[in-house]
Design a protein around this ligand. Structure first.
Ligand code: NAP
Length: 339
């Protein structure tokens, strides 16, 4: 085994759009493993939009990522050294290892490292459909939108890790699922592979009026539930087509992550349509994770929940892949493969 660990650290904070200069690749000696600890070789890193928020110092629901420390992030990998009786060498695990090849974990701390079963679910899926993004989709759909059979659910960033799960879970519950995604190829995938009823290429619509007309065509009975991943023009258009007593799960607003203004054009529609709009952070709802993961794991293992991955190769590719994710260059769950 190598004696060095390579990691990507946050070198500086971006003003607006981040760039490769905000990151640096650092080599450190592999740490000694003490009693109770395990050393994990990370196989995949998860790249997620929330990391953009952590790069800034502005007020948020979580503390900023410290400078000159390894970038935060979910990881899956294999235990290579264990001095903890709960973990054996060879165990496949999911944790928050960060952007690095190895992580040293005090495995006595509850919840920091989970063993996973890769018999029917591939290891990488524990960072996507059967991991945090899948549970995010499940929470917003089931606990906030709570779709009834025959209702219409719309989801933005529909080809992505979260959005793809939302539409398929809505279909399982007998709802009509309509996605929004950037480009014909993503939209074709959302309908043909993921089984949504329709998908609108929002990039073909220059203004709210045009997008609202497309939504009217695909949602003839109006919109009962909206799973929000983007913000801006898409939210305005959805609100114009929302039904009375519709529910909006406010999951993400990626259109504004670099500080772009994303004003709401007609907030009076919340009142007129008696809408329920609820924001949520998935890590604050750990109580639902077992139930959500059970459904997601079963659906993935039986081939009923499909997903796609964009896999960048090698640790050094992580910054560029992350910058691409913020611009929609990913197609499905963005991962970095390390081994
Ligand atoms: N609340 C929570 O606890 C929680 C947890 C996880 C994720 N999230 C949020 O969920 C959303 C989806 O996350 P994900 O991991 O599944 O990412 P993802 O959808 O796999 O990737 C992000 C996608 O966002 C779209 N996008 C980027 N910039 C955009 C823009 N300006 N306008 C419209 N679309 C844009 C792109 O798709 P197109 O090419 O289709 O535009 C891109 O592929 C994000 O907003 C994320 O922050 C929230």
């Amino acid at each position: 085994m190598t004696q060095t660990n390579r990691q990507i650290q946050l070198a500086s904070r971006p003003a607006g759009e981040p760039s490769a200069e905000n990151f640096k690749l650092v080599e450190t000696p592999l740490p000694e493993v003490a009693d109770g600890q395990v050393l994990v070789r990370n196989h995949y890193l998860s790249l997620d939009p929330y990391m953009r928020g952590r790069m800034s110092e502005s007020k948020s629901y979580a503390d900023p990522q410290p400078l000159n420390q390894v970038m935060i992030g979910g990881t899956v990998g294999e235990v290579v050294v264990s001095k903890n009786s709960h973990f054996a060498v060879g165990d496949k695990v999911v944790g928050m290892g960060g952007w690095q090849e190895y992580q040293l974990v005090d495995a006595n701390q509850r919840g920091v490292l989970q063993k996973v079963d890769t018999t029917h679910v591939p290891l990488s899926a524990y960072l996507g459909a059967v991991g945090m993004p899948g549970v995010t989709g499940w929470y917003g759909l089931v606990k906030i939108i709570n779709p009834q059979a025959g209702e219409t659910v719309v989801v933005s960033a529909a080809s992505g890790a979260v959005g793809g799960a939302v539409g398929q879970l809505a279909k399982v519950r007998g709802a009509r699922a309509v996605g929004l995604a950037g480009g014909a190829e993503k939209c074709r995938y959302v309908v043909e592979e993921l089984g949504f009823d329709a998908c609108i290429d929002y990039k073909q619509h220059k203004d709210v009026k045009s997008l609202a007309a497309a939504l009217k065509a695909e949602c003839p009975k109006g919109i009962d539930g909206y799973f929000e991943n983007v913000g801006g023009m898409i939210l305005d258009a959805v609100m114009l087509r929302a039904n009375a007593f519709s529910r909006v799960a406010m999951c993400g607003m990626i259109a504004g992550y670099n500080g772009e203004p994303i004003p709401l054009a007609a907030p009076q529609l919340i009142l007129i349509n008696r809408m329920k709009i609820e924001g949520f952070i998935v890590s604050e709802h750990m109580d639902v994770w077992p139930e959500a993961l059970k459904e997601l794991g079963t659906l993935v293992a039986t081939g009923k929940l499909k997903f796609r991955e964009s896999v960048a190769e090698g640790l050094a590719s992580a910054p560029d892949a992350f910058l691409g994710l913020l611009k929609g260059r990913n197609f499905g769950k963005q991962l970095v493969k390390l081994i």
